[in-house]
Design a protein around this ligand. Structure first.
Ligand SMILES: Cc1cc2nc3c(=O)[nH]c(=O)nc-3n(C[C@H](O)[C@H](O)[C@H](O)COP(=O)(O)OP(=O)(O)OC[C@H]3O[C@@H](n4cnc5c(N)ncnc54)[C@H](O)[C@@H]3O)c2cc1C
Length: 313
């Protein structure tokens, strides 16, 4: 860990990655300002389910992603027991996946994972484990409340224009334009927020048996989030919701015997996906540290990535 304390740091971005990074830097004695165009809506952090799961990330850097994920996991587990207002709860997960039948444990798994029948129609075999679920509408304000100063709300057109000894780039998909990163791509997601209906609030179910029909149900404290889809798109603005996707998700829930409540909202977002996470100093501008490209796993990796940035200062 670096001994340099008391540096002036500008963090760009107030999604889950920027806020977590800013708080870790603040905790280490740095003077931190967060600058962001948006907070909560319409960031992708506000759309996420959000469960602990290294999804759509780590294609090229699994070892790093594994470390960041499990470090974040320990932090979220701690919040679940110490800070109920943060909106983090530990749930039972059932991941219905062909790899269970083949006995191939997922690369991100810890030792606690085991095969068990999923509590849905047909009782297919699933990977069963316990992991945290985060409610973004509670979690993001919980993080922001701990900042020493309010978020400065504005768009940034160049990292070089920003003050500070250090600038940390946590702009998610915004980095595609801000630093001209062609490797970063948006992967479209669409979720339905529904009433609880008859679905238990203590378990998350994903069904990945058919790659063309990804399905998951994630309970929040008083509603459900149903997905999903993962489709690469051009551009940085999420396309509008597609009624066919919503119908497919609801039909999948019914097939599994999940009696969900009425649909309250349909939301879309773009996961900031990159072949490998961009985490570390810029090669050309040593004042800049990048921390973006967390794919479908920003909540899963945020604290581990924040520790890595703070260690690099
Ligand atoms: C449907 C869906 C479900 C998901 N489910 C999960 C899940 O279950 N678990 C999980 O871990 N992850 C999940 N994700 C992924 C997760 O949402 C993202 O990985 C994470 O939110 C990315 O966070 P971020 O802070 O990097 O980006 P963002 O939330 O996009 O925040 C970026 C910030 O940077 C700011 N910014 C960008 N450009 C500029 C600029 N030029 N000037 C000023 N400010 C700028 C924005 O205003 C914003 O404040 C899901 C995503 C989707 C779409």
């Amino acid at each position: 860990m670096s001994a340099a304390r008391g540096q002036h740091v500008t963090v760009v971005g107030a999604g889950v990655v920027g806020l977590t990074t800013a708080l870790e830097l603040q905790a280490r004695g740095h003077d931190v300002t967060v600058v962001a165009e948006h907070f909560q809506q319409p960031t992708v952090s506000a759309v996420a389910g959000a469960v602990w799961m290294p999804y759509q990330v780590g294609q090229r850097d699994r070892h790093l992603v594994y470390q960041l994920a499990h470090s974040t996991r320990r932090w979220l587990d701690g919040l679940a027991s110490s800070a109920p207002e943060a909106g983090v709860d530990l749930l039972d997960f059932y991941e219905i996946d062909p790899s269970v039948d083949r006995g191939e444990r997922p690369w991100w798994a810890s030792t606690e994972l085991r095969a068990a029948a999923a509590p849905v129609a047909g009782a297919p075999l699933a990977w069963h484990f316990r992991a945290p679920r985060v409610e973004p509408s509670l979690f993001l304000p919980y993080l922001a409340r701990q900042l020493a100063r309010p978020i400065e709300r504005r768009q940034v057109s160049s990292l070089q224009e920003l003050p500070g000894d250090v600038v940390v780039n946590c702009t998610g998909l915004g980095a595609r334009e801000l630093v001209g990163d062609p490797q970063l791509r948006g992967v479209f997601g669409q979720v339905l927020v529904t009433g609880v209906g008859q679905v238990p609030l203590d378990l998350t179910i994903t069904d990945e048996r058919d790659p063309a029909s990804l399905f998951y149900v994630i309970p929040r404290r008083d509603e459900l989030v149903l997905g999903g889809v993962a489709r690469p798109v051009d551009g940085t603005e999420p396309p509008p919701a597609e009624p066919e996707i919503s119908a497919r998700i609801l039909a999948h829930a019914a097939r599994l015997g999940l009696a969900v409540g009425p649909v309250k909202a349909v939301c879309t977002g773009l996961r900031p996906v990159r072949p490998s996470l961009r985490l570390g100093r810029d090669a050309d501008d040593a004042r800049v540290i990048h921390n973006y490209g967390h794919g479908g796993a920003g909540f899963t990796l945020c604290h581990g990535a924040a520790l890595a940035v703070a260690d690099a200062l």
